[in-house]
Design a protein around this ligand. Structure first.
Ligand SMILES: [Zn+2]
Ligand SMILES: [Zn+2]
Length: 247
């Protein structure tokens, strides 16, 4: 840490001591990730071991590259890379970024994404929000993250190549089949994607239905390849993150 940042950190601790939402301690601020303390931030670990290449589901046998769900219902993306699981400090950070609108989290969260092996591509495309949702939230969290990857990799960012036409029901309330139905036809292309290799960027992926509907739309319009990069993947309760395997 440079001297300037050390001074800024000390000043932040002195004047704005905050309570870490994870460990509840005060006075451990790190200016780059406050109110999350550095100790809790450092618990965010990149997924390792057996991880499905197509949906980033962790906990697979190390020799297995594709999970049972993806075998049964093949995703449209060529790969989906998630940095970690949606829990603990990463979940909190995404909430602070997305719902509490603490925009500065785009920097440390973007840094995590840039640690991933970003596939070669022609364009980076954030998973879009509808205009209504965008007006309500004021920003698209996926766009801010996509911008970080674009600056890091030099791959062009397109902010409006893929658009979302209408609002869909809360995805968390629907099962996989109904999610698919609800999303059918909600995205459209605004430009030329012919023979382009695309990277889709989102913050959180659950079943992957949104990402895959985006990929389907892009491939139908002539894109040659679609890969996805996300911060976090939700996992069910049987997943034990300490051992990185399903128990
Ligand atoms: Zn903490
Ligand atoms: Zn999978």
């Amino acid at each position: 840490m440079g001297l300037g940042l050390k001074i800024a950190n000390a000043a932040a601790r002195l004047f704005y001591p905050s309570r870490c939402p994870i460990c509840s301690e005060t006075g451990k601020d790190d200016i780059s990730v406050t109110p999350i303390c550095r100790d809790c931030w450092d618990t965010i670990e990149r997924l390792k071991g057996g991880v499905c290449q197509l949906c980033s589901k962790p906990g697979l046998h190390p020799d297995v590259t594709i999970c049972g769900d993806c075998y049964a219902d093949r995703p449209r993306v060529s790969s989906l890379l998630a940095y970690s699981v949606y829990e603990g400090a990463l979940k909190e950070a995404i909430h602070l970024f997305k719902f509490s609108k603490i925009f500065r989290f785009s920097t440390p969260l973007g840094k995590l994404l840039c640690e991933l092996p970003i596939p070669e591509a022609d364009v980076i495309v954030p998973v879009p929000l509808t205009r209504k949702r965008l007006n309500h939230r004021g920003f698209n969290q996926s766009l801010l993250l996509a911008d970080k990857i674009s600056k890091h990799s030099g791959i062009k960012l397109s902010i409006d190549l893929l658009l979302k036409n209408r609002e869909t029901e809360s995805q968390t309330l629907l099962n996989r089949d109904n999610r698919k139905k609800a999303l059918r036809g909600v995205f459209h292309i605004n430009g030329n994607v012919k023979n382009k290799r695309i990277i889709l960027v989102d913050d959180v992926v659950t079943t992957g239905t949104t990402i895959n509907e985006c990929a389907k739309t892009l491939l139908k319009a002539g894109a040659s390849d679609v890969n996805a990069v996300v911060l976090a993947r939700t996992v069910d309760k049987s997943y034990n993150s300490n051992q990185h395997k399903i128990t």
